[in-house]
Design a protein around this ligand. Sequence first.
Ligand code: SF4
Ligand code: SF4
Ligand code: SF4
Length: 352
Amino acid sequence: MSEDTYKKLAKHLDNLPAGFPATDSGVELRILKQLFTPREAEAAMALTMKPAPPSAVAKRLGADEAEMAQHLESMSKKGLIFRAGKGGRKLYSAAQFVIGIWEYHVNDLSEELIRDVNEYMPFLAKTWENHKTKQLRVVPILKSLSAEMMVTPYEEAENIIKAQSKIVVAPCICRKEQGMLGKECGKLGEACLIFGGSAFFYEENGLGRSISQEEALEILNKGMEEGLVLQPGNSQKPSNICLCCGCCCQILKNLSQLDEPAKAVATNYYAAVDEEHCTACAICEERCQMDAIHIEDVAQVDTARCIGCGLCVPTCDADAIHLVQKDASERCALPKNTVETYMNIARERGMV
Ligand code: SF4
Ligand code: SF4
Ligand code: SF4
């Protein structure tokens, strides 16, 4: 009976835009069993991405409204579903597995859960290649942009931060879980910048702390110094910016396993080398998280691997590597907001 419940929950999560596909090994069911009780699984399946009050969910399940209100609140505190407040009323909606349930468990990790998620994530990541619209995109670091580029404000992490009135910084779950497995890379620990309604959720759930724009900009600068890739949500009004390393990040790590990561990333840039000035010092090769650069007589960029993060640019003392903006026809369309991003993904998956 409960095995059946978890299979149904897995299917329910797979029917959300970001997906939760079934494997032959059933590792995804092992993950769900560690996270949800059967009763929580039943309630989660009664939710959609559209926020609803407890009364509506209780009606769907034929349950008592007051009990359901308590149950949903407890589930949202455990990071199994999403909670938003509107005019003093609490509304609940389904959380996707990634980005969502997994990240909400940053303070509640066990080795067993980490092992299972690490087994599952490469499988999940393969499906991201098929979505034209991505959940996250890569924006270049400011120091890699030149004045003549037509850069929109949505492509500059600094501008994204300056547009926020509520910012929370949370620990990076990818580096935390790798640390728990003894594979600590030592890079920035607090590296997930969360904005708006999601920031309130993170703060109320004790997943992060509220910070000023100035502190967020300091964290951004530190991340860039440490060679982290900037990955905001893929919309004009992103709800987050992740500062990611190629060694721990479940997204970058799995992307780098692909032959052509550039095809699986939303990016408008790639790097190019000025062969006359390159001294073959190989600093850019070390900075690149995607193994997109190798050194022959001079540095060579494999554009099929380059995700346009710009990290290789400011550390080149010879000014021999720069970013090139893709032609207008090749640039990614940026959804207006997160809802549009997920609607696009759902449409591309044939769900709507
Ligand atoms: S996506 Fe990036 S910043 Fe976010 S948790 Fe993973 S590595 Fe950390
Ligand atoms: S950092 Fe600059 S000079 Fe050194 S190999 Fe790369 S492009 Fe060439
Ligand atoms: S070559 Fe590597 S470091 Fe440089 S922009 Fe491309 S992915 Fe980033």
